[in-house]
Design a protein around this ligand. Sequence first.
Ligand code: C5P
Length: 219
Amino acid sequence: NNRKTLEGKTVLITAGPTYEAIDPVRFIGNHSSGKMGFSLAEEAAKRGAKVILISGPSSQTINNKNVDLHKVTSAKEMLAKVFEFYDKTDIGIASAAVADYTPRDVAKEKIKKDDDNLTIELVKNPDILKTMGEKKTHQFLVGFALETQNEEENAKGKLAKKNLDMIVLNSLRDEGAGFKNDTNKIKIFTKTEKKEFDLKSKDDVAKDILDFVEAQILK
Ligand code: C5P
């Protein structure tokens, strides 16, 4: 399928984890690989979109002239980068696993192991996608939800709370879904619709997600 169904659209995608510095050598992070976001970027570019891919630390690579990759480290950097491009964005897809909390202070020097206990005070990070939802003018916004309980209820709650147009739920209960795997099993919700998909490669999941987005924006 070489149809340029997203020609003329700018798609902004967040991907990967964020790293929150504790001191000059340590950070708080998570196991997100960035694969889902990079697959979405590749597929959107194939469909003719101009893609802004904003990724936290990830070993994924991409080589497509329609994809501008911007590498960031922390949630605050990701937020700033997103809003450099937000006005020009038609479709925003937040697949990044952003750290919810960040150390209140970053130690200037490497923390010594002198004490038996160490307490690091954490403060809430900005919610990037929620901020995108608040500032939405014309953008079509897609979020992800990774839930372990009351999945559908929580996913639909996030759709409303973050002012999204669509949310992709992946369940940790499904074998092969989520995070580090090459496969994913998703359900998509809009305010009025629900669709369940089979377990697939993340490249194929990216196609399903973009097919669904295209059907929504053409309505
Ligand atoms: O609230 P929760 O973290 O479950 O929401 C997940 C969705 O919100 C994902 O799309 C994720 O990329 C986005 N998110 C974000 N910034 C945060 C936390 C989550 O953009 N600080």
